[in-house]
Design a protein around this ligand. Structure first.
Ligand code: SAH
Length: 613
């Protein structure tokens, strides 16, 4: 199910009812249930459950470091006492979530922001159709937590007074944001009321400051206001070295250059060098131990890069006048404009140069969720689709739909609403953000694979030579308009049926007519999508004509507009009188087959059972 958040969660149940409550979470295989042996003998434990013999206190101590999150079904007092001795610091503690013994409320108890408990609480509440209880102050102000702001973009936290700045934020006091690097997408989804001021403003007395920068700043402990620094990973470190240069020599050389130029290690995106160094043990070990990617380039590529300090000697040795500078620039250029920030610094065994890229390296694997949100009421969305929406970094969709799912959104999410006509742009944008490493959902009304965005995004990916895996794609079905409409009028789709869109924007009218004729002739119950717009009426007139050629004018027809929305309208009529009603682009028309009938206000297509009685 959910790709990131449910990983490595333990659920603790002490009663049969608690096991029942947790069952939907354990079913997915992502949450491991832990139960005492006394309980295990009373019930049939779900597959994969872990049974413990010791006291819960001892068991918890034993498994504490194995999980990122613990979910308890118990009184919160008991949980508080159990976890108190185990808590260390909010940067390392697991998320703690408590569900009340009736399963009505899900409480984010501890490690709300950094531990992800708030987010997990929202997801679990959706899974269990319970109410999430989140008490983090920034959430109630609808602000993204400052300490998680850069997570979607892979930014790293630097030194600073993180608690202090969060306090200032919660009190809505003015905070100065000086952003020198990294994405500004987070700024675009802030609520209208927020405490952030961007850049310099001498008239305001700021109570806190956030730097978003590759530079590393030392804040004096006596500093007047709390300051923090986020480091987007924009620095590419170009490295040239002699054969056999040790990991230590490389580490020292990089550290020295960073220190001298006041750049943050956390801002390093990766390392770059010439391909013949791809097997240099010291360099490989350095890359691995600092968890940095290592990019290599051929001499052919490197010698095309203009650098400030080309060297004849280097050119003679490796067939390019620059390794460190040219490699740093080549890597940075893969992420937009590149600037050589630090020219090459030569030590005995190692040469280092640093280039800054325009766009940060996220270090994350992108994801696209193609989500159908149903006809337009939040109760008609599948729990899996809700989960996908809640956990996404970015939601892309037509504004009417992003508004409909607002209750599922959380403050740190980026919402991109594009006008209804810009489907192709929407698909490309989703792919672009996912390729960059973000987790994106593209939402469609109804089902995303029925006249929705799923096909378009997949088609676009295939045009781009997608390998089928990266970015990872998942499709979440939704209730399509034909099912939603049918459910409001009875059971008209009980026998073979088809859907036909009358929109001739993407389909030639001759094709539409051919399909209408085939459907009418073959006695399919037919759902008409996109029936008519202000300027496009003819296809509907043609549809009526074609159906009347093959079906009785008394054939039942349902005209269902804005189904499951506040302005829902339902008209039951007949084929002969169909066009007397108000029909527009928010309408789905269901035309019955030759056996469909009305009973009171219900439209029924027999499956055939009663015929055999
Ligand atoms: N993916 C959507 C279809 C999008 S095409 C789905 O699976 O339902 C748009 C057409 O869908 C509209 O012109 C209308 O015919 C139908 N439609 C979408 N939402 C609807 C609703 N709430 N009520 C009635 N028809 C709807």
């Amino acid at each position: 199910m959910s790709q990131f958040l449910f990983q490595s969660c333990a659920a603790i149940a002490l009663t049969p009812r608690a096991v029942q409550i947790l069952f939907p979470l354990c079913q997915t295989g992502d949450v491991t249930l832990h139960i005492p042996s006394s309980l295990a003998s009373e019930i049939t434990p779900p597959q994969g459950s872990q049974i413990y013999e010791s006291s819960l206190k001892d068991h918890l101590t034993a498994i504490w470091s194995q999980y990122r999150a613990f979910i308890f079904v118990a009184a919160s007092g008991i949980v508080v006492r159990l976890i108190a001795p185990l808590l260390a610091h909010k940067t390392e503690d697991p998320a703690i979530i408590v569900i009340d013994p009736e399963g009505q409320y899900v409480i984010s108890l501890c490690s709300g922001h950094q531990g992800g408990a708030d987010q997990l609480t929202r997801l679990i509440a959706q899974q269990l159709t319970a109410t999430p209880i989140i008490t983090s102050a920034s959430t109630s102000l609808n602000l993204p937590g400052i300490d998680i702001l850069g997570v979607p973009f892979g930014w790293q936290k630097g030194q600073g007074d993180w608690n202090g700045i969060s306090r200032i934020c919660v009190h809505q006091e003015p905070i100065q944001v000086i952003q020198e690097a990294g994405s500004t997408l987070w700024q675009k989804s802030l609520p209208t009321e927020h405490p952030f001021y961007f850049g310099f403003n001498e008239e305001i007395s700021f109570k806190g400051r956030i730097w978003i920068t590759p530079t590393s700043r030392r804040f004096a402990p006596s500093s007047d206001i709390p300051k923090v620094q986020w480091h987007p990973r924009v620095l590419w470190v170009g490295i040239g070295c002699i054969r056999g240069a040790t990991q230590e020599q490389i580490t020292t050389a990089v550290q020295q250059v960073l220190q001298k130029s006041h750049l943050a290690f956390e801002a390093i995106a990766g390392l770059a060098t010439i391909d013949i160094k791809a097997d240099e043990i010291g360099l490989l070990n350095y890359a691995q131990s600092s968890q940095l990617p290592l990019k290599t380039y051929t001499a052919e590529i490197l010698k095309t890069v203009t650098v400030p300090n080309p060297s004849h000697i280097v050119a003679q040795a490796v067939d390019t006048p620059s390794v460190a500078e040219a490699a740093a620039l080549s890597a940075a250029k893969e992420y937009g404009e590149a600037v050589l920030l630090v020219q090459k610094q030569v030590t005995e065994a190692v040469t280092v140069a640093i280039a800054q890229a325009e766009i940060e390296y996220t270090g994350r694997t992108g994801y696209i969720g193609l989500v159908g949100i149903g006809p337009g009421n939040i109760t008609q969305i599948t729990p899996a689709a809700k989960t996908a929406i809640t956990q996404a970094d970015v939601i892309i969709g037509y504004s009417l739909y992003t508004d409909l799912i607002q209750p599922l959104q959380h403050p740190a999410q980026i919402i991109e609403s594009l006008p209804i006509t810009q489907e192709v742009q929407r698909a490309r944008r989703a792919i672009e953000l996912a390729q960059w490493g973000l987790s994106v959902v593209v939402i469609s009304s109804g089902d995303c694979g029925i006249y929705g965005m799923a096909g378009l995004v997949l088609e676009q990916l295939s045009v781009m030579g997608w390998d089928g895996n990266t970015p990872q794609v998942e499709v979440f079905p939704g209730i399509s308009a034909l099912q939603a409409a049918a459910s409001r009028v009875g059971a008209p789709l009980m026998h073979d049926f088809c859907a036909i869109s009358l929109s001739d924007l993407l389909t030639p009218i001759e094709v539409i007519e051919k399909r209408l004729e085939a459907a009418a002739k073959a006695d399919f119950v037919t759902a008409i999508y996109n029936p008519c717009s202000k300027t496009r009426i003819q296809p509907l007139l043609t549809a009526e004509k074609i159906f009347l050629m093959y079906r009785d004018p008394l054939t039942p027809v349902a005209i269902v507009r804005s189904v499951y929305r506040q302005d829902e309208e339902i008209i039951l009529t007949t084929l002969g009188k169909m066009l007397w009603s108000h029909i527009d682009m928010l309408t789905t028309i269901l035309i019955g087959n030759s056996t469909t009938f009305f009973h009171e206000n219900w439209m029924i297509t027999p499956r055939g059972y009663l015929k055999n009685e």
